[in-house]
Design a binder for this molecule. Structure first.
Ligand code: NDP
Ligand code: TDO
Length: 287
């Protein structure tokens, strides 16, 4: 299949670009294809005539989106609209990468599923939900993938939470992490396999796609990262106020893959096992 990938320089996009072997992949970084450039989008899609578009480009700075909402809406909503408009009338499968952060704050400590209403609380997550609506309202062949707390890929990527914690703990005896926010640390390699399976099996619609994690806090996550790197550093619960955020991010970004389970196609494994595989790669300098 001819697959076009946006955001190819990002944490997810770069792994998608490498891993979707067996397909004819056309991967574009921002420098090669800016999704806010409507004319460029139109020409590229006409030239490539893709059968699948995996749209992994986004403005992902949650904090900065509160300060500059126009930037978030321009890239995330209008950028998606530009791609969608160029697909209308073509028989292309559009895969949009969204976030479990869109569910908001209604549930306190139980995971969100696809039948929960999305009530986002931050500009970033509002922009992600608006983009979902653009896809749903204009296309009939789409996959919306709601994921969260991604890790993996090159250690140089800005969004690489795992490697950043490794660097921090390498130079300190004690670090802090948030004991109040829960979510599902999710390995990009697993996510790519899951997306590939959904495409192969011709499933369409909205899917939560996260690694299996029950009531896992950022503190649990960072403790596990540091223990897998075998660093001599204590990870303690951050006192209130240490991680002051501009964005009112939900303290519950956790989710379950209910629809994948119903359909018998959930191949997302346990987060700790996936994290172990990734840390092993980082330690052997393979990424
Ligand atoms: N990281 C996470 O924990 C989560 C991510 N997601 C979603 O997954 C997807 C991938 O995110 P992730 O890889 O982690 O994030 P990254 O920030 O690593 O990647 C996003 C990529 O989008 C590119 N981009 C930004 N603006 C434009 C533009 N105008 N035109 C083209 N490309 C652009 C960036 O380019 P450049 O490199 O030049 O800045 C970057 O490479 C996104 O849709 C994100 O919302 C969802 C939930 C959690
Ligand atoms: C630095 C640090 C942060 N934290 C906490 C504070 C804060 O809640 C959070 C910040 O991490 P991030 O910057 O990765 O968080 P954030 O940008 O909010 O991460 C997100 O990415 C976007 C794209 C999404 O869609 C979200 O759903 C989410 O997965 O982690 C720790 O617990 N320990 C630490 O050492």
């Amino acid at each position: 299949m001819r697959i076009l990938i946006t955001g190819a320089n990002g944490m997810l996009g770069s792994v998608l670009s490498k891993k979707l072997k067996g397909h004819e992949v056309f991967a574009y970084s921002r420098a090669e294809l800016d999704i806010t450039n409507r004319v460029e989008i139109k020409h590229t899609l006409k030239d490539i005539d893709p059968q699948v578009i995996i749209h992994a480009a986004a403005y992902t700075n949650v904090e900065q989106s509160e300060v500059d909402p126009d930037k978030a809406y321009l890239v995330n909503v209008i950028g998606t609209q530009n791609l969608v408009d160029a697909c209308v009338g073509n028989n292309v499968l559009f895969v949009y990468i969204s976030s479990t952060g869109i569910y908001g704050t209604k549930k306190v400590n139980s995971p969100y599923n696809e039948f929960d209403e999305a009530l986002p609380t931050t500009i970033h997550h509002k922009s992600k939900l608006e983009a979902e609506k653009v896809v749903i309202n204009h296309l009939n062949k789409f996959l919306i993938i709601r994921t969260g707390w991604l890790f993996g890929g090159s250690i140089q990527k800005e969004k690489n939470f795992v490697f950043k914690r490794y660097l921090e703990a390498s130079s300190k005896k004690k670090i802090y992490s948030d004991p109040n926010q829960i979510g599902n640390p999710t390995y990009v390699e697993d996510l790519v396999d899951q997306i590939n399976l959904l495409i192969d099996k011709q499933h369409y619609g909205i899917f939560n796609c996260v690694n299996n994690a029950v009531n896992v806090t950022r503190l649990d996550y960072v403790q596990k990262i540091i223990s897998l790197f075998e660093l001599d550093c204590q990870v303690e619960a951050a006192p209130k106020g240490i991680f002051k955020r501009v964005a009112p991010v939900s303290s519950n970004e956790s989710a379950e893959n209910k629809k994948l389970d119903f359909l018998g196609v959930n191949i997302m494994g346990d987060w700790q096992e996936s994290l172990q595989r990734y840390v092993k790669l980082v330690r052997s300098k393979e990424v």
